[in-house]
Design a protein around this ligand. Structure first.
Ligand code: TZP
Ligand code: MG
Length: 208
């Protein structure tokens, strides 16, 4: 149950990001990715540090896109677990050399070729978009259930589905073989992120 943050969406819904993350973890989120597409490095680092400070130690905090910001957060003493890389970010092979064997690397893939390239260097894969979403207008074409299930079955790594996912999708995606689901707006964009996370989690846990 992977929360991907968006401070702008959170602010519009009336939340400070660190409080939102703490509430979402209380509701059942088990991993957090800090994603800020427009923040300069210094502001992004500050956000990562604030989120890491608000997240309990058993929940990994992953930095979107920026290996340098991940390394800076580590240098600042924050408990950050790793990075999540898209297809236009640093290659996973090079990120692995930069962050070492202990850091988590996730890579977004939407094709078999991308999966083959990333898998030897990654710890998990994000596959998506599951469906079109206004949160990421520049995303690749939606995969839908069949392609999601096919990629999940072909993967040697755990895969997390992302893109337009709501609680209704959780049991369907679980049955399709994914290891987890990642959401932005379903938790960041609602009035009660804790309740939203809990309903996603229970839909996942009880789903067949
Ligand atoms: N990658 C593929 S879709 C997406 C990302 C980061 C955005 C998902 O956001 P939402 O609000 O859960 O659809
Ligand atoms: Mg990226």
């Amino acid at each position: 149950m992977y929360l991907v943050t968006d401070a702008a969406i959170a602010t519009r819904a009336g939340h400070r990001l660190p409080d939102l993350v703490a509430a979402a973890v209380a509701g059942g989120v088990t991993a957090v990715q800090v994603r800020e597409k427009h923040a300069p490095a210094r502001a992004f680092l500050d956000t990562v540090l604030a989120v890491a400070a608000a997240t309990p130690p058993h929940v990994p905090v992953i930095v979107n896109d920026r290996v340098d910001v991940y390394l800076a957060a580590r240098a600042a003493g924050a408990a950050v677990a790793g990075v999540h890389l898209g297809q236009s970010d640093l290659p996973a092979s090079i990120a692995r050399t930069l962050i070492g064997p202990g850091g988590v690397i996730g890579v977004s893939v939407s094709t078999d070729a991308e999966m083959r390239e990333a898998s030897p260097h990654a710890d998990y894969l994000g596959i998506g978009p599951y469906r079109a979403t206004s949160t990421k207008p520049d995303a690749a074409n939606p995969l839908g259930l069949r392609a999601t299930g096919r990629l999940a079955a072909a993967s040697t790594l755990p895969v997390v589905a992302i893109g337009g996912i709501t609680a209704t999708d959780a049991p369907v995606l679980r049955a399709a073989g994914v290891s987890g689901i990642a959401v932005v707006s379903a938790v960041c964009g609602v009035s009660d992120p804790s309740v939203a996370a809990a309903s996603l989690r229970s839909a996942w846990e009880t789903g067949r």
